[in-house]
Structure formats: structure tokens, C-alpha cells
Write a protein that binds this ligand. Sequence first.
Ligand code: PFF
Length: 448
Amino acid sequence: MHTNRFTRIGFILAAAGSAVGLGNIWKFPYITGENGGGVFVLIYLATVVFIGMSVFIGEVLLGSNAHKDAVSTFETLSPKKYKYWKYSGFTFLTGVLILSFYAVVVGWIFHYVVVAATALPSSVQEAENHFMNLLQKDIGTQIFYYTLAFFVIAYTISRGVKKGIETLNNILMPTLIVILAILLIYSVQLEGFSKALSFMFSPDFDKFDSSSLILAVGHAFFTLSLGMVTIVTYAASLDKGVNIVKASITIVIMDTLIAIVSGLIIFSILFSAGQEPGKGAGLVFITLPAVFFEMGSMGIFLAVAFFTALAFAAVTSAVSVLEPTVMYLVERKKMKRKKATYSVALIFYVVGLFALLSNTTEFSSFLTFGSKNVFDWFDFISAAILMPLGGILVAIFVGYIMDKEVSRKALVPHIGENLYQVWLFIMRFVAPLAIFLVMLNEMGVIQF
Ligand code: PFF
């Protein structure tokens, strides 16, 4: 066994750690709330199963075949005349760009673990004031927790795949699952639970529109960590002989279940307190803390558990976006892992500071360009342009450029010829087209 490679279960937990993040516990519930519940959940499930899972298997396939950094992976697997495809590997830069503002949010969450334990806001208004104050005025607190977040992430990566990433995920992921299970058991007993169930699972087809379809495709990519060679890179450190289809399906199921469970927990608590679902992005940072407060000491316990789960989910995702760049520097540029990690982390720490400061009243005017501040620009550039681009590149590479024998040999023994053809069809036609539409929609070129 290679000493710095994942075990099978280590890979499953690490890739699930990457997939399960803010996207599941924060974003999925609020976009479900904003999009009317049931129909959106249904569309989301369909896009995850058909498009998300196929591209996920494609990324695992690339990594586990080449066992190299992302650039070398594309280089090794492309036929001679397509050598320039190696540049697709540089989509790891999307990851570090995402890291720079994702870490800002990880910082907020760390802060909220402390708020949950010590001083929950006593009303929605107070909760809103607290959150706005943190973002717009309290630069010191934000930088403190942001720095802490970056340090935890960089330290983990500096220790390598086994000692760093695998150990972190082996501890945090099972703990996260236990916490969510406890929160779910609690939620089931709430009077709001049945309303949460029917809100999420009874589709009202009048609410179906193409914009939720596009949103679902985009979110399926984000939540499965696709389009920035994160999964390619993790799979490169996977030991040989693992059934990659089974591993991929397990990870996708874990990711989806955790999103659904998070939704059920949040909506049960919300409905029991008589709140509405469509509260937008402030759901977790504004509405929930106020609701927890009303529950007395039980609420403090639940709030600490909830924000700890969110912190664990976010850290394991943030770690995964740094690894592809570091692995590239270690393998191709022969840098020492520690040096590579801390140099990249320092650069993107500084980049992220601009995102952080762009939300503050003091600096926002210097750090707003056009209609968006730096934070929103980073979010927009990565989610609307770079991630979809990375997704399309993978789909086209696997579907058209790479020798079919590579994918056939890896997949047919597990799924058979017929399903393989279905998978190939999705990679060649459905996925690129769907992602392209997401890209146009997010860029505002077309509006669904
Ligand atoms: N999948 C993560 C989430 O749902 O929060 C976010 C993410 C992590 C996106 C890693 C992309 C990535 F490479």
C-alpha cells in the first residue's frame, strides 16, 4: 500500500467530507425554502442522480486511473494530439478562489458556535443586528475567526493525505453524522415535523418552472464538489482495487441524505416556532439563532450542536479545495508539502481578506466594483463561470477526448454495458448542455 494514500473508507469519508458542506446544511434548506419546497426537492434529486452522479463518477475515474496531480492526470489520459487538455487541470485555481471566501463564512460559523454557547440573540431583530454588525462593523472578530479557520485548514493539508485529510475526516464526519442524527431525533418529536415533511416531499407542480431546474443543476454540481478537480485529486490518492462506482454512489447518497436531513431539521424547528420557510440566506444565521433562544436551555444545547455540525461540514469542504493546488506544487514543482501549503494558504488568505473587508461599511466603497463587492464577485465568478467551465471540461474530456477503453474497463465490470452506455450519453450530451445552460443563466445571458 502506498503510504500517503487513502484507505477505501478514508476516501469515502474524505470525499463525502468535501461534498457535505455549507451547500448541504446552509444553502440547500434556504433555496428549497425560496423555491416552494417539494418540486424543487424532486428536481434536485433527479439532477443529482442523473447528472451529478455521472460527472462525479467521471472525476473519480480520472483521478483513480492516473494517480497524479490534476494537470498530470489530464496530460496522462489525453491522446498525444490533445496534449493541451492538460490545462484543464488548472481548474484547481477555482478551488483556491472559492477557499478565499468560503473561509470567511467558516469564520462566521466558528463565531456562531461561541455565540450559541454564550449569548443567543433574543429576537429575530436582535439576531439580524448581531449578524449585520459582525459582517459590517466587527472587523476584529471576523478577522480573528477567519484567521483561525485558515490556520485549521492549512495545518490539515500540511500534514498530508493520510495524517492530515484522512484523520480530520475520520473524526469530524462520524461526529457530524451523530450530531445530525441527534438533531433529527429531536426534530421528529416537534409538532412542526409533519409540516416539514410535507413541505419538502409533497410536490406542487404549479410551482415548477425552468429556473428551479437550472438552480438545481447548479446546486447539484456545487454540493458534489464538482468542476474544480477536487474529486479528481482526492481520487488520485485512492488505493488501487477499490470499486469506484460503489464508492461514488455511497458518497452521493451520503451527501443527499445529509442535505435532506438538514432541511427536515431546520424546517421542523422553524415551523414549530411559527416561522416561514422562505427566509433566504439569513435562515441559518438570523432566524434559527432567535428560534433557539426561545427554546431556553434546550435551545442552547441544540444551537451549539447545530453550529458545530455546520463548522465540521464546512472545514472538511474547505480543506478539499486547497489540496489540488498543493498536490500540483508538490508533484510537478517538487515543492515540500509544508512550504507549498503555507505559501498558497498565505496568498489566498490575503485574497480572502479583501472579500471579508468588502462586506464592511468602512471598506465596502473601495472594494465594490460595478454592482458587486469583492465577496460577491468571487462567488459569482466561481459559481457562474469557473465551476461550470470545469464541469463541462470534465464531461467533454471523459466523453470525447479520453480513450473509451479507459472508462469502459473501469466501469463495465461494475455496471454492465447498458448502464455504461447511459452514463456515456449523459457525459457526452446531457451534462455539457445542462451545465452550459446553468452558466448562461447565472451570467445573466439568458434568464429562465
Ligand atoms: N461541496 C461543498 C458544499 O456543498 O458546501 C462546497 C465545495 C467544496 C464546492 C469543494 C467545491 C469544492 F471543490
